[in-house]
Design a binder for this molecule. Structure first.
Ligand code: IMP
Ligand code: MG
Length: 175
């Protein structure tokens, strides 16, 4: 961590503008409805906090936590829910908010699991979409920023639990 080299990839101003745009788009799409926003812990909590405060529609929130076995930069592919949502989502309009789509394994698992509970609608909003490392085809409905590859930290995203609190997003240049 101490000798980690990093460069700003998205500044707090860029993030602020993009989150405002996303919130406007979501608010238009769900006009007149109440949204159930489900954050994926821990990474999504910063993005979700900013996003819901810019929505022009009412929402209620809940959180889920998943484990993909293996810590660090690479996920192993075995996913499990370690903390489920506490809310009933049947017949509700549900928006999953996640920090990043990488292999796609986490979100495709979560979408499949929640779909079985009979929501009225189910969409995904990801702050970042890392395109190059997909193992399963998965497209988020709303995406903040798209990048090809690389390890990113800050704005909720961690490297072994560090760096979540950085207000900007950095790319690690010496991994
Ligand atoms: P995947 O799409 O199932 O591979 O998993 C995505 C999860 O891996 C995210 O929710 C992040 O927690 C983590 N992750 C993937 N890439 C990065 C990164 O560049 N920085 C920080 N966390 C990442
Ligand atoms: Mg995560």
């Amino acid at each position: 961590m101490e000798d980690m080299r990093k460069e700003i990839l998205y500044s707090r101003e860029q993030i602020d503008r993009r989150v405002t745009e996303l919130a406007a788009e979501i608010s238009r799409d769900y006009a007149g409805r109440e949204l159930v926003v489900i954050g994926v812990l821990k990474g999504a909590f910063v993005f979700m906090a900013d996003l819901i405060r810019r929505l022009g529609i009412p929402c209620i929130i809940d959180f889920a936590r998943l484990a993909s076995y293996g810590a660090g930069a690479v996920s192993s592919g075995r996913i499990a829910i370690t903390k489920d949502i506490e809310m009933e989502i049947r017949d509700r309009d549900v928006l999953i908010v996640e920090d990043i789509v990488d292999t796609g394994l986490t979100l495709s698992y979560l979408v499949r699991t929640f779909q079985e509970r009979g929501p009225r609608s189910l969409k995904v909003c990801a702050f970042l979409d890392k395109r190059m490392r997909r193992q399963v085809s998965f497209e988020a409905d709303y995406v903040g920023f798209t990048l090809d590859d690389g390890f990113v930290i800050g704005y909720g995203l961690d490297f072994n639990e560090k760096a979540r609190f950085f207000p900007d997003v950095y790319i690690v240049t010496n991994l």
